[in-house]
Design a protein around this ligand. Structure first.
Ligand code: ADP
Ligand code: ASP
Ligand code: MG
Length: 410
């Protein structure tokens, strides 16, 4: 078989007209001789009647406290709605087609509602339908547990559905269609001069996704890397080369130093809606109990800096109230800084190059942007800033590291 997996995001299927454009892409692929597996997201973004956010809101209107199991069930409906409509659009265009849910397509997950991980993939049902000549449409973002419970894979998880199906079907390439021309040097919504990166390695794109660049789900990148699958990001509405994700790290300081085209930083990512927490003068034993409670409440900590007198970290802002309740119950002294954002520079050649942090600090200081906290890893440097400064920070760093001017070496 000659299978190609093509995934279409929410904006690509937000209306009937757009579904027709999507079905034309699928038709072209079929005519090229491929057996096509299509993965769909729910229709549109926040505000659209059948988008994931709208379904969550519906549930919250009924009760502020929503149970995880039922929330996953309602969220899974968004993709079922869009997949059904796409199948009808394909049939109308003369293509035989069938819709399978994640579970029917053989995507088995653990039991972590809202953020389940795939533990097994057995796409036998997909293969049988492909053999009958059908386009197999699979609902993204969802799977089923061994005991038959419906789960979702975390926000943005349809990309992961596409890549895991690709792995199960043993394909070499998975195509992800979205509303931008590919992976860019920054989010084009806030950086006008962002450029498409035509080739990028798994590790850098994983870091971009992990640090807030919504264009691909981080777990999709991990699965692609582990299975050696090339992921192509393309624009549904603007045919162009797009971005090819694959290959290994280019990590060569000499190349950087000697090449006029050398590029130290590949991209700038950002993440909004963060809260910074500073706990002061807290005894170690008490602090250990606090950490246990934080974990029990499923609160993920980031930018963690623990000192003897002070413990500093960030959390997603929607967890602020629950964290305050925990800290109040222990009667510890703490400060909370709401409305923070994190800007991250990503580059696999960053390790061992002196002066990058100094360059970042100078750039932000010149723009009067207060640095609330920093953290770094072998290929990233992150800075926490006030949310109202995030656009200014991204723009300044994009300019300083000349991301719109020079090309990466691969
Ligand atoms: P889809 O619904 O197709 O999955 P998403 O909204 O999940 O689309 O992802 C696409 C969006 O990702 C773009 O509209 C863009 O604003 C955002 N984005 C953030 N960072 C980047 C980046 N570095 N390159 C491209 N797009 C990015
Ligand atoms: N519809 C889901 C979401 O909005 C999954 C996806 O679009 O990838 O998070
Ligand atoms: Mg997405």
């Amino acid at each position: 078989m000659n299978i190609l997996v093509q995934k279409f995001g929410g904006t690509s299927v937000e209306s009937h007209q757009k579904m027709i454009e999507v079905s034309n892409i699928i038709k072209d692929t079929k005519e090229k001789g491929y057996d096509v597996v299509v993965v769909v997201s729910a229709m549109g973004r926040s505000g659209s009647p059948y988008a994931t956010d709208t379904l969550i809101e519906l549930c919250k209107q009924a009760n502020e406290v929503v149970s995880d199991r039922e929330l996953d069930l309602i969220m899974s409906c968004g993709e079922i709605i869009s997949g059904s409509i796409l199948v009808h659009t394909l049939k109308r265009g003369g293509l035989d087609s069938i819709l399978l849910t994640g579970g029917q397509a053989g995507i088995v997950t653990d039991e972590k509602y809202g953020d389940a991980s795939v533990i097994q993939i057995d796409p036998i049902n997909v293969i049988e339908n492909l053999k009958e000549g059908k386009v197999v449409v699979v609902t993204g973002f969802q799977g089923i547990t061994r005991s038959g419970e419906v789960t979702t894979l975390g926000r943005g998880g349809s990309d992961t559905s596409a890549v895991i199906l690709g792995a199960g079907l043993n394909v070499k390439v998975v195509e992800i269609y979205t509303d931008v021309d590919g992976i860019m040097t920054a989010d084009p919504r806030i950086e006008d001069s962002a450029q498409v990166i035509t080739n990028i390695n798994y590790d850098e794109v994983f870091q971009m996704a992990d640090k807030g660049a919504k264009v691909i789900h981080p777990r999709a990148v991990e699965i692609a890397k582990n299975n050696n699958i090339i992921v192509k990001i393309k624009n549904t509405f603007n045919p162009s080369e797009g971005t090819s994700i694959g290959g290994c790290i280019t990590h060569n300081i000499d190349t950087y130093k000697s090449s006029k085209d050398g590029k130290l930083i590949t991209a700038v990512a950002h993440k909004n809606r963060l809260t910074q927490i500073l706990i002061e003068n807290c005894q170690e034993e008490l602090f250990t109990d606090i950490l246990t409670d934080i974990e029990k409440n499923n609160i993920s900590m980031d930018m963690i800096n623990f000192f003897i007198k002070e413990k500093i970290f960030t959390i997603d802002s929607d967890k602020t109230n629950i964290l305050k309740q925990i800290l109040d119950s222990y009667k510890v002294e703490y400060k909370i800084v709401k409305d923070c954002s994190k800007v991250t520079l990503i580059g696999s050649k960053i390790t061992g190059i002196p002066g990058v942090m100094a360059q970042i600090v100078k750039t932000l200081t010149k723009e009067n942007i207060k640095i609330l906290q920093t953290s770094d890893s072998h290929m990233t440097i992150s800075i926490l800033v006030e949310e109202n400064n995030i656009k200014k920070a991204v723009n300044a760093l994009h300019r300083e590291f000349r991301l719109s001017e020079i090309k990466a070496i691969y």
